[in-house]
Design a protein around this ligand. Structure first.
Ligand code: 1YM
Length: 644
């Protein structure tokens, strides 16, 4: 693979820089796409699609096709103007080639007309090219069809005309490099979720995702939402099977100094809040200035309204942020000429101008809405007052619990088998469903640093209860007391008694249920524990494969079959035991396979797993039957794989 010299026969300075640039990307892909795991892999697709979306936002394109082809090849097609094919004055090669070979060239080329797109690190097409085994670019400009082939970012031939056409548009086909990515297999639902989000955030654009990997059974979603973020809110409500308390989402929009802010919100009868914020179509999972502006305006509007209407008496406290957000589903989307993303995962918007932009929009817009829609305003306001009362009830329940526990067991639950160490950088607590597994765990553990809490009793349906009910739940309170860091608005992570909170449950449907319940509880009432990576799942083995004295533990069917094959060599009887539950393992086996830090695998729970559990939980435990049935039908086949 060599690059064609451009000016005469020698590589010029630019050309060398290009090669160095692509090499840099291949050497440290994580710097450009975050990781070489599934997130980084899927990010390649978003980078290319982002360019097509920018073209659509500029008003030149209304349809984007994203195809997953056999062999995990991706094809993205748009009907825009086509990437410019003319010779780039500085580089001496086609502008399209520049966009695909020069680092950071994508957005900047074209003299300011081209909006900076907000990919995770804003890296663009050349990074995708560098990380693809091969990539093919086709551009139609209404006259000719242009084509260029790349191998790992390098090309032997320039962009060339291969035919004539009346159409315009860009097609990019690429195969992610198996030398770079751990497992270059695309997940349809991952792509679908993100592309659907893009379709909501860019009203009117049609995005069609098709999976052709199973030739007999292509899967397709065709997405176009004229209602934009308003449709997004409706979609989230439906997906989570929540009951809205007013018929239509409230929609607010504002444009100022080349920035736009858009907000859609609706209240449901649930007790939880969902706020999704975006900056230049990037999900800001940790919020930031736009979200702060939204929250502060919301609280102000409610309290002003309450005082003005004398619904809050002079001697009554203001509604808190949590009160006014109870049951809300909101989308906050800003588009700025340049976004600054902060924080470790770059999930937080830093631009200071975004805060007043959103704050003013929501303050003025929602005030007006409240004045013009008194009936809806009254409903929403009363819900917030209900939340305020429940918060006060929770405070009383908490004080009562504190007094009670101070009197009996020094604040620790009776069934807790505590560890000796108090140093939470090394301590762990196993939360175990069932007394028999709890017994094995107590015997098998290393009591120096491992505590065991068996769970018993009736679980609370977190969906249908507010915090005050948690304080009287016999299953959850021992967890809260053992962790020692409080709950809800009292949560103080620095008081957490164990650095690792490990949920250990059977590898079956009941086990999956208890995992989901606990995860949902942590997500809703102790979210910082999830955010800061304190929550884990234990991974007990499913099989023991043995011949004579030699044995292996297998954690899935593939491993089991490998061990069977290995032990079968040379003849003799191979014995396979399937563990139906943790209780079937003796204490030593449980220690060896699931609890010994030098040997076990534990899975750290991320915020996305928890958010998904939350949604799943609403569907499974909420009061709508139809979404529950749909969910069960769709997921029945996954139960064995334990996707939660
Ligand atoms: C399947 C991916 O990349 N579409 C696309 C990209 C560009 C344009 C149109 C485009 C931009 C401009 C003018 C401009 C890009 N052009 C460049 C660069 N689809 C996809 N569609 N004309 C066409 O911004 O002024 C980068 S992306 F840099 F070459 F102009």
């Amino acid at each position: 693979m060599s690059n064609q010299p451009v000016n005469g026969n020698q590589y010029d300075e630019n050309q060398i820089q290009v090669l160095e640039g692509l090499e840099a990307v291949r050497k440290r892909p994580g710097m450009y796409i975050g990781s070489t795991g599934p997130a980084g892999l899927h990010h390649l697709v978003y980078e290319i699609v982002d360019n097509a979306i920018d073209e659509a936002m500029a008003g030149f394109c209304d349809k984007i096709l994203v195809d997953i082809l056999e062999g995990n090849v991706i094809r993205v097609v748009d009907n825009g103007r086509g990437i410019p094919v003319g010779i780039h004055p500085k580089e001496g090669i086609s502008a399209a080639t520049v966009a695909y070979t020069i680092l950071h060239a994508g957005g900047k080329f074209g003299g300011g007309g081209y909006k900076v797109s907000g990919g995770l690190h804003g890296v663009g097409a050349s990074v995708v090219n560098a990380l693809s085994e091969w990539l093919e670019l086709t551009v139609e400009n209404g006259e000719h069809v242009y084509f260029q082939h790349f191998d790992r970012g390098h090309y032997d031939e320039e962009l060339k005309i291969i035919g004539d056409t009346k159409k315009t548009g860009t097609t990019v086909v690429f195969k992610p490099d198996a030398e770079i990515f751990e497992d270059p297999v695309f997940n349809y639902d991952t792509l679908l979720e993100r592309l659907r989000e893009q379709a909501f955030l860019n009203a009117g654009i049609r995005i069609v995702l098709t999976d052709y990997r199973d030739p007999d059974n292509p899967v397709q979603d065709d997405m176009c939402y004229e209602g934009g973020v308003k449709s997004f809110v409706k979609h989230l409500l439906e997906k989570a099977a929540k009951n809205p308390i007013h018929p239509e989402p409230i929609y607010l929009y504002k444009e100022e100094n080349g920035c736009t802010a858009e907000v859609a919100l609706q209240y449901s009868d649930s007790y939880h809040e969902v706020i999704k914020s975006f900056a230049n179509d990037i999900h800001t999972i940790d919020g930031g200035t736009h979200e702060m502006g939204f929250k502060s305006a919301l609280t102000r509007v409610f309290n002003d309204y309450g005082r003005r209407r004398k619904l809050l008496k002079d001697n009554e406290e203001n509604l808190s942020g949590d009160d006014v957000r109870e049951g809300i589903i909101a989308i906050v989307s800003v588009k700025l000429p340049e976004c600054e993303f902060e924080g470790q995962t770059k999930g937080k918007l830093g631009n200071t101008e975004a805060r007043p932009l959103v704050e003013n929009l929501v303050f003025d817009g929602l005030n007006t809405f409240f004045e013009e829609n008194p009936a809806v305003a009254k409903l929403i306001f009363e819900k917030a007052v209900g939340a305020q009362r429940a918060r006060e009830a929770a405070r009383r329940a908490r004080d009562l619990t504190r007094r009670k526990s101070a009197m009996d067991s020094g604040g620790l639950p009776g069934k807790l088998a505590d560890c000796t160490s108090k140093d939470n950088t090394i301590t762990e607590i196993y939360i175990v469903e069932g007394d028999s597994a709890g017994g094995s765990a107590k015997e098998g553990r290393d009591r120096a640093f491992q505590a065991i809490l068996p769970l018993w009793g009736k679980m609370l349906n977190v969906e249908k209860a507010r915090l005050d009910k948690v304080y009287s739940n016999e299953k959850l309170m021992p967890v809260v007391m053992a962790l020692g860091c409080g709950i809800g608005e009292d949560l103080d992570v620095s008081k957490l008694r164990y650095g690792k909170v490990i949920i250990m449950a059977d590898a079956d449907v009941d086990g999956s249920h208890i995992r989901t319940l606990l995860l949902t509880f942590f997500f809703r009432y102790m979210r910082p524990l999830v955010e800061q990576g304190h929550i884990y799942f234990a991974q007990p083995p499913l099989f023991r494969v043995a011949k004579g004295k030699k044995f292996y533990y297998a954690f899935n069917e593939k491993e089991r079959d490998q061990y069977i094959a290995e032990l079968s060599e040379g003849g003799g009887k191979v014995d396979v035991q399937r563990y139906k539950g943790l209780g079937e393992m003796d204490p030593h086996q449980l220690w060896e396979t699931t609890m010994d830090p030098s040997n076990r695998t534990i899975v750290q729970v991320g915020l996305e797993d928890a958010a998904r559990a939350d949604q799943t939980f609403t569907i499974l435990m909420g009061d709508k039957v139809e979404p529950r049935r749909e969910f069960i039908e769709k997921n029945a086949r996954y139960v064995r794989n334990l996707d939660i």
